[in-house]
Design a protein around this ligand. Structure first.
Ligand SMILES: Cc1ncc(COP(=O)(O)O)c(C=O)c1O
Length: 397
């Protein structure tokens, strides 16, 4: 059994805060601060440029990729780190489209994160030639997979509602129709066990700063199924994805396997933070994590529904369709969230009316859920959100 009291002790959370936003930005793992300080002073400070070899900086993206592979149910040697998730969406999508040249449609859904849709639009514009993004409601995806679809581009867990798609089923349907799949695991990796290889995903991408706790701006990961790894051609063909970067050839030759999905210089300090953050996962059984996460989300739903009748549940009740967050709708959602944050309960707001609470058993327990429900009940019953300062929107909501 995973010892969640032990994992909790591995995080540095401010006193008096109930942190329910690890689905947006994970908190600071204690070891990460020390590891980054060491990378700064001992590696950068003392090794200078020799750190690329001596401190293993150049191998970091695939070394860490292998640790992420374990968390997402992927084979060793199939995941590499780098860039932001938006860039990795573009990278995966461009390769997948090129591998299905007779077709022109990217199929996605309206529950996808806007950046994924924007990247797809931009790619279609660059490619011209009739490429188009088709976006349907999440419930319509399965029925919309037809012989025109080149690539199915889906975010497994909806960032607003926490609704989870069935990766194995949609991938099977896509393959049966001759389409490839790109899965965005931003709200999945570290949220529950994944079986990316078993489910047959062609490409998968995700970020490290949410449930994996790499810190603000932490790099993304990309997975390419082994059957495609030496076939997929990177559209963002940077020098570190070249077969021989230090040969400085004037034309591009893709590197072997997943290495070709690298683009440029890796973010060494962020990767140092991530490497330390991943140590937390060494003692975590992902099935225990899932059981505990569902118990927390059930508890939050029951508590809020009984204490705050004006909030409407936006997250599926069915466990199979739920990620590791719970969302409620309310027309004054933004002000309510500000009132909560002012009282130490940190979640976030997503337009137009969603209050989001990310739940991770690594550092949240039943006690925090009950305390958060009690504070939310007070905010609602006494209309504490009506204070004018809670109506003022920050740049990040
Ligand atoms: C599902 C999803 N895809 C893509 C992104 C964009 O990630 P990035 O800002 O790292 O490019 C996010 C950011 O939260 C996301 O939630």
């Amino acid at each position: 059994m995973t010892d969640f009291a032990a994992t909790r002790a591995m995080f540095d959370l401010p006193a008096g805060v109930i942190y329910l936003d690890g689905n947006s930005l994970g908190p600071l793992p204690r070891a990460a601060a020390a590891r980054v300080a060491q990378a700064v002073s001992d590696e950068w400070g003392k090794l200078l440029i020799t750190g690329w070899n001596k401190a293993g900086w150049m191998d970091q993206p695939s070394r860490i990729g292998d640790r992420i592979a374990r968390l997402i149910g992927a084979e060793p040697g199939t995941v590499v780190m780098g860039d932001t998730l938006s860039i990795k969406v573009y990278q995966a999508l461009a390769s997948a489209l090129e591998m299905n040249p007779a077709r022109r449609v990217i199929l996605s859904d309206t529950g996808n994160f806007p950046s994924d849709l924007y990247m797809a639009e931009g790619l279609c514009r660059t490619l011209g030639n009739g490429y188009e993004l088709k976006c349907v409601d999440p419930e319509q995806v399965a029925g919309a997979i037809d012989a025109s679809v080149a690539v199915l581009l889906i975010t497994e867990v909806d960032y607003r509602t926490g609704r989870r798609h069935d990766m194995a089923d949609l991938t099977m349907r896509a393959h049966a129709a001759g389409a490839l799949t790109v899965w965005d695991l931003a709200h999945s990796a570290g949220a529950f066990p994944l079986t990316v290889a078993q489910d047959g995903a062609d490409f998968a991408v995700g970020c490290s700063y949410k449930y994996l706790n790499s810190g603000p701006g932490g790099p993304a990961f990309i997975y390419v199924a082994p059957r495609h790894a030496d076939v997929a051609r990177p559209a963002l063909s940077g020098w570190l994805g070249h077969a021989a970067p230090f040969a400085f050839d004037t034309s591009y030759r893709p590197g072997a396997g997943i290495e070709r999905m690298r683009v440029g210089t890796p973010p060494v300090l962020q990767l140092a933070a991530l490497e330390a953050a991943l140590d937390v996962w060494d003692a975590v059984d992902l099935n225990d994590l899932r059981t505990a996460s569902l118990a927390l989300s059930d508890r939050l739903i029951a508590g809020v529904e009984s204490a705050c009748p004006t909030l409407t549940l936006a997250t599926p009740r069915d466990h199979a369709q739920r990620g590791s967050q719970v969302s409620f709708r309310h027309p004054q959602g933004y002000a309510i969230m500000q009132a909560l944050i002012a009282r130490g309960v940190i979640g976030d707001f997503r337009a137009p009316d969603i209050l989001r609470f990310g739940l991770t058993p690594l550092y949240i327990g039943a006690q925090e859920i009950d305390a958060a429900v009690a504070i939310l009940a007070e905010v609602m019953s006494r209309d504490l959100w009506q204070t004018p300062e809670y109506q003022v929107r920050g740049r990040v909501t």
